[in-house]
Design a protein around this ligand. Structure first.
Ligand SMILES: Cc1cc2nc3c(=O)[nH]c(=O)nc-3n(C[C@H](O)[C@H](O)[C@H](O)COP(=O)(O)OP(=O)(O)OC[C@H]3O[C@@H](n4cnc5c(N)ncnc54)[C@H](O)[C@@H]3O)c2cc1C
Length: 388
């Protein structure tokens, strides 16, 4: 696809904005940039469609963001399932909370639909294209990419980096992200429809000594399994399947075939970046920092941050000003601050088994409180968006 220079000196300008990573953050950024009239290219190292480790639950806020972007119909078109209840289990205790506005959709379907929305808005998409290094200059960013045709370098006015939890593209420019030592890692797999009897629209979350695991039936009928587990427990048990089986057993959850499944893992979940930009570069989504998936909000944060960065990218493409990095950091904080507080408190409390059992026990007597807590993830983000 790219026929730019073969070294960093001979780079050719191919667009106003290049977005690296076609997860929800990158595709949202690309769609919004293209709608603002910017020549936009979106790249991903994987062949699309692709699955990803995720609980596949879109919070009410995530669904509202899609509507604000003019993409509300995407969920119906992909047959996303309406999320009715979440069942939280801690040993013998359990509580059911009502979830009003969320949906369940496999990441293969969601991410492909978001990428198509970016294309419909005018962005160019290239999959199997890896961004390998970058150099920031006065008037542009030079990015080295590798695709089936080999290595080339391209030059852009603005680079948006949405390379997710495991991305390293910015390590040379912003330094490595700060990760929690001995923190949990994410794990996931997709099992056949018979692996569980869970009903459509129900999300079951089991809390155990080694971490937690969630299951939900996705639109094809398959069972998505995703969890956050302590890597030490995985080593001791001899594999991810054994740990997930143990958490399921502690909570009376029936999930068949976890021992034989092929599991995909993530780096340590809790991470943050000290800065969210450099000259002509902005970071969005998990690449900007992540906590834990316990409240099921990462997709919403990613969509909102990707969509919101576009207005700043537009100003940056017109005329660079160092103050734009601070402007993006403030906007990003506004999106995630309050919600991250809730997520951090929930994951810290529920990590201690005795507290988890006590909390679930108390909530089972106060279902209205459980409903209100579950609905906190539905609060809309304040975004300044262009509709498709
Ligand atoms: C176990 C687990 C369960 C979760 N459950 C939920 C849930 O139920 N609900 C929810 O809302 N959130 C959940 N999350 C969080 C959610 O998955 C993430 O927050 C979300 O995917 C972030 O989107 P993103 O676009 O920032 O990154 P990603 O979705 O990770 O996308 C990053 C993309 O960048 C590409 N990429 C990386 N490096 C390069 C490169 N150098 N060049 C080109 N492309 C590159 C990758 O291939 C990938 O496609 C969960 C997370 C985990 C780990």
């Amino acid at each position: 696809m790219f026929h730019g220079g073969r070294d960093m000196r001979g780079a050719m300008e191919i667009a106003d904005v290049v977005v690296v990573g076609a997860g929800p953050a990158g595709s949202a950024a690309a769609q919004q940039c293209a709608l603002r009239g910017l020549r936009t290219v979106l790249i991903d190292r994987k062949a699309f469609p692709r699955e990803k480790v995720c609980g596949c639950c879109l919070s009410g806020a995530a669904c509202a963001t899609l509507e604000q972007m003019g993409l509300g119909s995407v969920l119906d078109a992909q047959r996303a399932i309406a999320q009715r209840t979440v069942m939280l289990r801690a040993g013998q205790r359990s509580v059911r909370a009502r979830l009003g506005d969320g949906r369940i959709l496999s990441r293969g379907a969601l991410d492909a639909a978001m990428m198509n929305a970016a294309r419909d808005a005018g962005a160019t998409f290239c999959d199997r294209t890896l961004a390998t290094e970058l150099e920031t200059r006065e008037d542009r960013v030079v990015l080295a990419v590798r695709d089936d045709d080999g290595v080339s370098s391209i030059s852009v006015r603005v680079l948006i980096v949405a390379d997710g939890l495991g991305g390293h593209l910015l390590d040379g420019v912003l330094g490595r992200r700060v990760r929690r030592r001995r923190g949990a890692i994410g794990v996931g797999t997709l099992l056949s429809a018979e692996a569980s009897e869970i009903e459509r629209g129900v999300v079951e979350l089991g809390l155990g000594r080694e971490g937690y695991v969630g299951i939900a039936r996705v639109e094809s009928g398959a069972i998505d399994v995703a969890g956050a587990v302590n890597p030490g427990s995985v080593r001791r048990a001899g594999g991810v399947g054994a740990v997930i089986a143990s958490i399921a057993e502690q909570n009376g959850m029936r999930i068949e075939g976890v021992g034989e499944a092929s599991w995909v893992g993530t780096p340590t979940l809790v991470s943050r970046r000290r800065r969210l930009g450099a000259r002509r570069v902005f970071v969005v989504g998990d690449a900007a920092g992540y906590l834990e998936p316990i409240t099921g909000e990462g997709i919403g944060w990613a969509l909102a941050s990707g969509a919101r960065v576009a207005a700043i990218a537009q100003r940056a493409a017109r005329c660079w000003d160092d103050g734009l990095i601070g402007a993006w950091e403030r906007a990003h904080r506004e999106i995630v601050r309050e919600r991250r507080g809730l997520c951090a408190s929930a994951s810290a409390l529920l990590r201690v088994p005795a507290i988890a059992r006590a909390a679930v026990g108390v909530l089972s007597y106060h279902p209205d409180v459980a409903d209100s807590l579950a609905r906190m993830t539905a609060r809309r983000f304040d975004l300044n968006l262009v509709r498709s």
